[in-house]
Design a protein around this ligand. Structure first.
Ligand code: NAD
Length: 423
């Protein structure tokens, strides 16, 4: 099943819980139907010159899911598996996520079908600029605000902003978030997704009454999100026993030194290589084995569909904190629920990134920048409010964390659509 079918199933599963909240059942049905289809999906084929003088083409997309709560907002992904189905799913999750944390945004997502490792820096710049020219007709500070996602970061946002501003002949830093600080980026944005996740971990520990030192954690993925989550959780005293990248996983039962792992990852490139050069310091295990470790908390922070009906039965963790987008399929969710494994969903756990993107946009629109302490404390406050609201619904309706989060978000989305007469 594709990622978009997964999100449609997730919406269907909570539709019944919304009936108590809306008198006009016909309008509710119509709003939910509209939410199951992005408003627009833009597609193109980008053509760029390679360093060797030849030309190469790349498929690219931007899905604009729903803007009833505010401009579309969501990242740009560079990955060989990017597809129309994937951007449609990711843009829908963005509408839900933005409604969960209560930022005045709708959902969007874009991507290019490319393996960035195959391109030189100059080729990547030409590709990013070509994509920004394509986007320039339908993004902007009050229309759609892109940001980084898998394999993109401040560097790509800087190229895209520059190209966008060339087309529009004006300075509009609020068009892209996740920019370098020098170009109007926000302090704290780089680590924001991981930081938001670490707050969720802290709130959940308070709820279950466990202390960080007694809590073991395994993290799949060691990119921006996986690294910052691991680093901040480790600084809070949690024991990170395993981390993985696409080459394999490093495991140390008494806990990894995350700063050292990061230093080695930057030096040697892959965990497989680190394990080879470090001899007995780490145990190298398969990615799949990491998912089945007997830890307290499992954190998928790589890509979607990591936990499916095939491997869900082997999960031994007590709680899963979804830091990637869509890492657990609906079939896997059912198995995990049966096995009494709590899943704190992506639309809450990884919402720290878009929340600080929202702060970046607010700062750009005001032409003013906040101190890092303000960014982090306002982030914590918004994550806590969302966590508490979801927990209330979870208790009241006796549903999973995911269903509670969807009920909260869909209620907000449907209300906005009804107020606008869009159903
Ligand atoms: P990234 O490109 O920085 O890192 C991805 C990491 O996943 C890399 O370490 C890669 O080696 C690893 N990986 C890929 N396939 C793997 C596999 N099969 N097993 C183990 N590791 C594997 O990307 P990122 O920005 O860290 O994003 C990760 C996830 O978080 C994505 O789902 C993304 O949509 C989501 N997300 C990112 C942000 C953000 O602010 N960057 C915000 C919200 C959600």
């Amino acid at each position: 099943m594709g990622a978009f079918a997964n999100v449609l199933k997730q919406i269907d599963e909570v539709a019944v819980f919304l009936e108590d909240d809306f008198e006009d059942k016909k309008a509710l049905k119509s709003a939910l139907k509209n939410l199951k289809k992005p408003q627009k999906v833009h597609k193109t084929t980008l053509k760029i010159k390679l360093d060797n003088g030849k030309t190469r083409t790349f498929k690219a997309f931007r899905s604009q899911h729903n803007n009833s709560r505010g401009p579309y907002k969501g990242g740009i992904r560079f990955h060989p598996n990017v597809s129309e189905d994937e951007v449609k799913a990711l843009s829908t999750w963005m509408s839900i996520k933005n409604a969960v944390v209560g930022v005045a945004y709708g959902g969007g997502k874009g991507g290019i079908v490319v393996d960035p490792k195959e391109l030189s820096e100059a080729e990547l710049e030409r590709l990013s600029r070509a994509y920004a020219r394509f986007l320039s007709k339908f993004v902007g500070p009050w229309i759609d605000i892109p940001a980084p996602d898998v394999n993109t970061g401040g560097r790509e946002m800087a190229w895209m902003l520059d190209e966008y501003e060339k087309v529009h002949k004006q300075s509009t830093p609020a068009t892209f978030t996740g920019k370098p600080i020098e170009l109007g980026g926000s302090l704290g944005r780089t680590e924001a997704t991981g930081r938001g996740g670490s707050y969720v971990l802290e709130f959940d520990s308070a709820l279950t009454g466990v202390t960080p030192v007694k809590t073991s954690v395994a993290v799949q993925g060691f990119g921006n999100v996986g690294y910052w989550f691991s680093k901040l959780a480790s600084d809070m005293g949690y024991r990170i026993v395993a981390v993985s990248d696409s080459s394999g996983a490093l495991y140390v039962k008494k806990g990894l030194n995350i700063d050292k792992v990061k230093e080695d990852k930057d030096k040697y490139g892959s965990f497989e290589k680190i394990a080879k050069v470090s001899k007995d310091k780490y145990k190298l295990i398969d990615n799949e084995d990491l998912l089945g470790l007997g830890v307290d908390i499992l954190v998928p922070a790589a890509l979607e569909n990591a936990i499916t009906k095939k491997n869900a039965g082997g999960i031994k963790a007590k709680t899963i904190i979804e830091m990637a987008n869509g890492p657990v399929t609906p079939e896997a969710d059912t198995i995990l629920e049966k096995n009494k494994i709590e899943v704190i969903p992506d639309v809450l756990s990884n919402a720290g990134g878009v929340t600080v993107s929202y702060f970046e946009w607010v700062q750009n629109l005001h032409g003013y920048s906040w101190k890092e302490d303000r960014v982090n404390s306002e982030l914590r406050e918004m994550m806590k409010k969302a966590f508490d609201s979801i927990f209330e619904i979870k208790k009241q309706k006796n549903v999973t964390w995911r269903k509670a989060a969807y009920i909260l978000a869909l209620k907000r989305l449907v209300t906005a659509m009804m107020l606008r007469g869009r159903c």
